[in-house]
Design a protein. Structure first.
Length: 381
């Protein structure tokens, strides 16, 4: 089929089972109409499991992955200015589970990479007019950093191959003419390698998320809040932007634990976290500071912005009591301290000031908001 990309079009050839899925995705992401031409070529024999004698494999993480991964969501992009090569590859991969997308030039391939998700393998010819394979592979790294890159060429000299690998990030070299079974295996190996890399990336993101999250409430943990505080204080010093901090603590929380049990106490902590999320902006950072004590960091906020967030939180907490076992109602309140960051403050000065304000709220009867400006310190001292 022909897919329009910008001012030009590209030929997209896909294996039989994958074409409809790709049509859906491509038509959605390209937001343009597509002309669909079903090819009439005959299927070839299924993949053979023999080892690959010719291809150079720089690294093979894929061997650690179960051979049975579902390859149908993945795409393989082939770039070659020779139409016959593209037709042969189309025929060769007709029975393969992944989508094979063929384009005539590096420029078309780059436009395609911008809108195509899950490109696992990029196979490029070396000698092409305008943009050669190495230049294309170098540029493709920005758009599809995890994709496995392969150089497919009939004219190999050592400099070209080295450049494609070192600069273009190619990890496989396939010579023309290719051995069919070897090429199919190499592509599948590339997809498995991509899958592993993607998995590692997802795990890394998940580990990072867990390292900054309080498991009970899902809010930021103390460490992450302090890291953010440090950054925001630096930003405030550098650019002179306002920064406020709210610190609050649940009133008589020990009572709740003693009366209704620790599990009910945990429910209260989760409920308070939910109330907090409901009153803050996306740019605010809410965290559990420890026990029943929470903080909200409010970048680009002056005292009156922070007081209004604190008041909404106070209302939200007392206004929505928790039902326990459909019978008893747990009424909770919080004492809130609000503080403004001063031009000569350190991060801990801001924390201490908010803590002082919160202590005042406790002292003055709980379920209330107290405020401390940095000028209050100066007046007091
Ligand atoms: P105050 O109004 O003065 O704050 O009184 P309080 O009873 O809330 O006193 P305090 O803040 O010192 O009590 C904190 C309690 O929070 C003590 C501790 O057992 C309880 N706590 C700390 N972490 C957890 C937790 O993860 N789950 C539960 N259920 N309780 C916790
Ligand atoms: Mg408390």
């Amino acid at each position: 089929m022909t897919v329009p990309i910008g001012d030009s079009t590209c030929e997209v050839f896909m294996s039989q089972e994958a074409d409809e899925r790709f049509m859906d995705r491509a038509s959605l992401s390209l937001e343009q109409s597509c002309l669909y031409e079903r090819d009439k070529l005959q299927p070839i024999s299924p993949v053979c499991q023999s080892p690959s004698p010719g291809g150079i494999e720089m690294s093979d993480l894929s061997r650690t992955v179960d051979d049975s991964i579902d390859m149908s969501p993945f795409s393989v992009v082939v770039v070659d200015d020779d139409q016959n090569i593209l037709h042969s590859l189309k025929r060769l991969t007709r029975r393969e589970p992944y989508s094979l997308i063929c384009v005539n030039s590096g420029a078309e391939a780059l436009k395609l990479l911008e809108v195509t998700p899950q490109v696992a393998v990029i196979i490029s010819d070396q000698r092409m007019p305008v943009m050669n394979g190495t230049d294309f592979l170098v540029k493709s790294r920005k758009l599809a950093p995890l994709a496995v890159r392969m150089l497919l060429t009939g004219y190999s000299d050592i400099e070209t191959t080295v450049a494609a690998m070192n600069e273009g990030g190619a990890t496989r070299y396939i010579s023309k003419p290719w051995l069919e079974e070897e090429l199919l295996q190499t592509i599948q190996g590339g997809i498995r390698h991509y899958y592993v890399q993607q998995l590692h990336m997802e795990q890394k993101i998940e580990f990072e998320r867990l390292a900054m999250t309080d498991t009970l409430t899902g809010l930021s943990n103390r460490r992450h809040v302090l890291e953010c505080l440090e950054k925001e204080c630096l930003r405030s010093h550098r650019y002179g932007c306002q920064l406020s901090l709210i610190m609050f603590d649940i009133d008589n929380f020990k009572h709740i634990n003693d009366l209704l049990g620790h599990a009910a106490g945990d429910d209260v902590l989760r409920k308070i976290a939910k109330d907090t999320n409901n009153v803050i902006r996306i740019s605010d950072i809410a965290g559990r500071y420890g026990g029943d004590e929470f903080v909200i960091l409010l970048p680009e906020s002056n005292l009156s912005d922070a007081i209004s967030v604190a008041s909404r939180l106070l209302q939200s907490v007392v206004g929505t009591p928790i039902m326990q076992n459909h019978e008893s109602i747990i009424s909770v309140s919080v004492s809130i301290g609000v503080a403004l960051f001063g031009p000569y403050d350190s991060p801990m000065d801001l924390i201490n000031r908010a803590d002082q304000a919160m202590y005042r709220a406790k002292k003055n009867g709980r379920n209330r908001v107290e405020v401390l400006d940095f000028q209050d310190d100066q007046e007091e001292s």
